[in-house]
Write a protein that binds this ligand. Structure first.
Ligand code: FAD
Ligand code: NAP
Length: 546
């Protein structure tokens, strides 16, 4: 591996695209290995998701003590979280602090969108072109472009005629929006909508929620993080982090099946977990994501909670999810979501009963009713997992386009690389657990694996690594088999690309436990990167290693 050519400052060992949690950590680690690395970030600041998603109520739903980097014991000791689930501004402050503390900014070029990445086979380098026409090259390219980066706007007839303001939750104005005295409509009741709706209801004069699919949401029971709780946790941070990596995000996995215990025990466990709140609720029993009948019991428990909370029985019934198993769409975590529908200024429009017909200059027409609005908030999600990659023209060997290769659905080996695209790594991409786990833990794992791989290449005097076709085919089959054992395919979720018209319906994520996946990745590395082709010099057509 070469060190940066001093006569051409635009040639690097590694180019990293994206300056969120993933890109920043990749930069830190690769610089630490003595590699020349440069980050290109479309936005004007670090933070990724936490820079862009500034809607009212935005916060993490994995507890902050866990939704944070583990690579620096000093960092984790010195940073003080103020709430159990930190707000977007607090998480952004944390990420900025990381950038300063590890002096990362000097190797990040902001306001620079990468539009094209082409593999030059003769030179064994990735040649990148930015939106402004700048050209840079790297021996390796790391896609830290994020799984939830490209906002998805609803394709509703007449929306362009709306005379009021339209905002997407992921591109919320940085100066904030004053909603007081306004009539606001929110389209979408996923995690973003469910966080935004209670906060908007407190500001707006009227709020109309347009719900297409009712979602399961679990109370966060958020609140200030007591100093003694934080201190106790920090004393054991190493052990907590080890467990997060090796067991899961300290999720309290159950070793019992709901189908094997009585009704009373099931209800007791659901109630206990409900009172603790958060995403852990999904792990109340170990068969909930594989056995529909078991899942029905937890789903019914939540529906009973909704009916007990929401005063208007018709509204409550509309809010009860009935068309997908609990957890098959990303579970939501809320603060006062269902209670919000008891407010006089909040109205629910059930689009299953009264679909949106059109948007006019003055509002939204659903069923036979015209809802007059000043502001329309689209909490309509993302072109997830593959969206950011689809927006870059990525060409590998023989000029093959990644978007063409993935036209029927993404294909990768270990979720880290894809055949035909040597030296191109993807962080939390398709075929990895990605958004199914605490993503900071997943990111640190991926970056660690990539760095070990680069170190291996360097020690062995090798220049390139590429996923073998046969290994990739086996991995894709393995990922599909893992998904088919679960209830995930039963929902029309963004996990399957179902929210983006024309996107192939493929479950994009690896549904195994994180520790299983980590062991699989480690086993491949231990066997000399089995299934990958490693080469000392660039060759036009690399045969797969036996
Ligand atoms: P991102 O943070 O998305 O960063 C990617 C960066 O790449 C962006 O800044 C983008 O501008 C840049 N980029 C993309 N394409 C280009 C290009 N072509 N050129 C240049 N730059 C480019 N996960 C959890 O585990 N727990 C949570 O509680 C949680 N909460 C979330 C809340 C919200 C509102 C959202 C949207 C997501 C949440 N997630 C959560 C998932 C979140 O995506 C990850 O946790 C994590 O922040 C992803 O970090 P990243 O660096 O991989 O990607
Ligand atoms: P999402 O889960 O995809 O939800 C989008 C919502 O918009 C859905 O309710 C969807 O309905 C609705 N919708 C989309 N198009 C519509 C249309 N044309 N008409 C009517 N309704 C429409 O997106 P998200 O809420 O932004 O969340 C995405 C992911 O980001 C989450 O799953 C999570 O991983 C992460 N996130 C986490 C947090 C957190 O709590 N920390 C907060 C926000 C986001 P259908 O279901 O019918 O498609």
């Amino acid at each position: 591996m070469t060190i940066q050519d001093p006569t051409d400052p635009r040639q690097y060992d590694v180019i990293i695209i994206g300056a969120g949690f993933a890109g920043l950590y990749a930069l830190h680690r690769m610089r630490g290995m003595g590699l020349s690395a440069r980050v290109y970030e479309a936005g004007p600041e670090v933070g990724g998701v936490w820079f862009w998603n500034r809607y009212p109520g935005a916060r993490c739903d994995v507890e902050s003590l866990q939704y944070s980097y583990s690579f620096s014991p000093e960092l984790e000791q010195e940073w003080v979280w103020t709430e159990k689930y930190a707000t977007q501004p607090e998480i952004l402050r944390y990420i900025r602090h990381v950038a300063e503390r590890f002096d990362l900014r000097r190797d990040i070029q902001f306001n620079t969108r990468v539009e094209e990445a082409v593999y030059d086979e003769a030179g064994a380098r990735w040649e990148l072109r930015t939106e402004a026409g700048e050209r840079v090259s790297g021996r390796f390219c790391v896609m830290a472009t994020g799984a939830l980066t490209v906002p998805q706007l609803p394709d509703i007839p007449g929306i362009e005629r709306f005379a009021g303001k339209i905002y997407h939750t992921a591109t919320w104005p940085h100066e904030g929006v004053d909603l007081s005295g306004r009539r606001v409509g929110v389209i979408g009741t996923g995690s973003s909508g469910i966080q935004a709706i209670p906060a908007i209801a407190k500001q707006a004069e009227q709020l109309v929620v347009f719900q297409r699919t009712a979602n399961f949401s679990i109370p966060a029971w958020n609140g200030p993080l007591q100093p003694e709780v934080q201190q106790t946790w920090k004393k054991d941070y190493r052990e907590h982090r080890r467990r997060a990596r090796e067991v899961g995000t300290l999720y309290e996995f159950s070793d019992k099946a709901a189908s094997q215990v009585g009704e009373e025990e099931r209800q007791r466990e659901y109630e206990r977990r409900w009172q603790k709140g958060g995403v852990n609720f999904v792990h109340s029993f170990n068969d909930l994501m594989v056995d529909k009948q078991s899942n029905d019991t937890i789903a019914e428990f939540v529906r009973a909670k909704i009916r007990a909370t929401v005063k208007d029985p018709q509204v409550a019934e509309s809010l009860c999810p009935k068309d997908h198993p609990l957890g098959s769409k990303r579970i939501c975590v809320d603060t006062g979501y269902y209670e919000t529908y008891n407010r006089d200024n909040v109205k629910l429009v059930d689009l299953k009963k009264t679909p949106i017909r059109e948007v006019s200059a003055s509002g939204v027409h659903a069923g036979d009713v015209h809802h007059e609005l000043d502001v329309l908030v689209c909490a309509t999600g993302f072109d997830a997992v593959t969206g950011a990659l689809r927006h870059i023209d990525i060409r590998g060997r023989n000029g093959q386009q990644l978007s063409r290769k993935w036209a029927e659905g993404p294909r990768s080996y270990l979720g880290l690389m894809t055949s035909g695209f040597p030296n191109l790594f993807i962080i939390t991409g398709p075929g990895s657990p990605s958004v199914l786990v605490n993503m900071v833990v997943g990111i640190e794992h991926h970056v660690g694996w990539i760095c070990d791989c680069l170190d291996h290449l360097r020690r062995q005097g090798l220049a390139s690594i590429e996923a073998g076709q046969a290994a990739e085919d086996r991995w894709v089959e393995h990922v599909n088999a893992a998904a088919n054992k679960t209830l995930f395919p039963l929902a029309n979720s963004w996990f399957l690309g179902a929210n983006v018209p024309g996107k192939p319906r493929v479950f994009m994520l690896y549904a195994a436990k994180l520790w299983v996946y980590r062991q699989e990745c480690q086993a491949v590395a231990d066997k000399g990167y089995e299934g990958f082709t490693l080469a000392a010099v660039p060759r036009p057509a690399l045969a797969e290693a036996p």
